[in-house]
Design a protein around this ligand. Structure first.
Ligand SMILES: Cc1cc2nc3c(=O)[nH]c(=O)nc-3n(C[C@H](O)[C@H](O)[C@H](O)COP(=O)(O)OP(=O)(O)OC[C@H]3O[C@@H](n4cnc5c(N)ncnc54)[C@H](O)[C@@H]3O)c2cc1C
Length: 437
């Protein structure tokens, strides 16, 4: 069998090119405060929030307020990938952020429109995508495309910097509260994304040891030897960056072997037949079956492009891989493995993945209806069953849409359901008010 091993040069796309007409977004300073009422409040302006805003624009719902901690579209996602020095997306050109069913200028169209700005390697990837093969998307193209999408759907005019502290559902209104604002909304869409997964409390007692950091924090630039814990793409980036600046690396993996895969989710889950394994009109899938699928399909993996680099580094002794070893404890500059061995480094870097934000802490617990860490959502509309004016897009929808719900492509499927449900209710509300006149 021929194995597809893309060239590692694909990992080196330039960043911060001068994309005409789409300058860096201005982060609002929080004043004036957001309006006190809106048809829809979207919490979170990541790829999911952007997709929902674009979908609502297309179905004619324009009284929309978006609140985001960073106050700019897709800022947390870009901040995370830039922190890791990740230059290409894991998802291909077909997985463009946008709206299911509307033929906006898509990610590949946008890249082709800016052909002269692309490197020859990047142009080749577009040709690969056009020929129906897997393609690699530069983060820089994605960033500019997200700005384009937000501008054409008038997102900057609807976006406010702020942190939502509570979402209080009522019979015909939902109150969205932050430190210095309260918005009365007819509908709320939670697009909260995922938080970094922290180490288990048993790994150290009390405060985190000094020489231990997480993947989304600054790495010590002088660390000549690092120990990286984790099996996913973030771990691979930390290793790649350390090797690049001449450091030695110890890589600690719980599984017996590392796993190389294009996407972090099996490709079938991006298609209707994969989603059908989680339910749909044809059949109700028992909760236990979906739970088992989720735990099997959310396994960490690394993009193929890393394989030649990491294999060569291991062969020449700059990378030592500790496979099949759990962690007993983590201390200042060392890791104690389950088999009793100790791995040392100037810095220990933890890349333990992320945990979906499902609305806990914002909504009352009874509204979330959490079961095994997942919210109780209506399968047709993605509304919380116990708070039907509040909806969830992104990773929180995995038990309805499957593991691809957390990815850029999954957001499009979620937004089609949410925007359709909200548009129908907004139209019905207008009709009722007209009848009451
Ligand atoms: C390093 C990395 C690389 C990835 N690469 C890919 C990839 O190539 N392709 C892919 O499909 N997926 C990728 N993913 C998965 C990726 O996280 C999702 O595709 C995408 O970021 C999810 O978008 P989101 O909008 O759901 O979440 P986020 O991008 O996290 O956006 C959520 C936003 O909501 C804000 N927020 C949360 N709570 C509140 C609150 N209470 N008040 C105000 N604002 C709030 C957050 O600050 C954030 O800005 C990657 C993930 C990581 C960590």
């Amino acid at each position: 069998m021929t194995r597809f091993l893309p060239h590692p040069r694909l990992l080196d796309s330039p960043r911060h090119r001068d994309w005409p007409a789409f300058s860096a977004p201005q982060v609002p300073d929080g004043s004036p405060p957001p309006p006190t009422g809106a048809d829809v409040v979207i919490v979170g302006a990541g790829p999911a929030g952007l997709a929902v805003a674009a979908a609502l624009w297309h179905v004619g719902v324009r009284d929309v307020v978006i609140i985001d901690r960073d106050g700019a579209p897709v800022a947390r996602f870009l901040g995370r990938v830039d922190r890791l020095n990740q230059r290409v997306l894991r998802s291909p050109y077909e997985h463009h952020p946008g709206v299911e069913g509307y033929r906006d200028c898509e990610l590949r169209d946008f890249a082709r429109m800016h052909w002269s700005l692309l490197t020859s390697v990047e142009r080749r990837e577009i040709r690969m995508s056009q020929a129906g093969h897997r393609s690699v998307v530069p983060v820089d193209v994605f960033d500019a495309y997200c700005r384009h999408t937000s501008v054409i759907h008038q997102v900057p005019q609807r976006l406010w910097l702020g942190e939502v502290g509570s979402v209080e559902p009522g019979a015909d209104r939902v109150l969205v509260r932050g430190g210095d604002f309260t918005i009365e909304a007819r509908h709320v869409v939670l697009c909260l994304g995922e938080e970094r997964r922290d180490a288990p409390a048993s790994w150290w007692s009390g405060d985190r040891p000094n020489a231990v950091g997480y993947w989304d924090e600054p790495v010590h630039p002088d660390a000549g030897h690092v120990a990286v814990v984790g099996a996913g793409l973030t771990a691979a980036h930390l290793i790649h960056n350390a090797l690049d600046r001449g450091a030695r690396v110890d890589w600690v993996l719980r599984k017996d072997t590392e796993r190389y895969q294009c996407s972090d989710v099996n490709a079938s889950f991006f298609r209707a037949e994969g989603r059908a394994r989680f339910g749909g009109q044809a059949r109700q899938v028992p909760w236990a079956e979906r739970l088992a699928l989720m735990s099997r399909e959310r396994r960490a993996s690394v993009m193929f492009e890393f394989q030649p680099l990491l294999t060569a580094a291991e062969a020449n002794g700059r990378l030592t891989v500790h496979r099949g070893n759990g962690i007993r404890a983590v201390g200042d500059g060392h890791v104690e493995l389950a088999d009793g061995r100790r791995v040392t480094g100037d810095q220990v870097l933890l890349a333990l993945g992320t945990t979906p934000s499902i609305g806990t802490g914002l909504l009352p617990e009874a509204s979330v209806g959490a079961r095994d860490g997942w919210p109780d959502l209506d399968e047709r509309t993605l509304a919380y069953r116990h708070a039907p004016r509040v909806y969830a897009a992104g990773a929180a929808a995995c038990m309805v849409l499957g593991p691809a719900a957390r990815n850029i492509d999954g957001h499009r499927v979620a937004t089609a359901r949410i925007a359709g449900a909200i548009a129908a209710q907004v139209r019905e509300g207008v009709a009722q008010r007209v009848r009451a006149l």
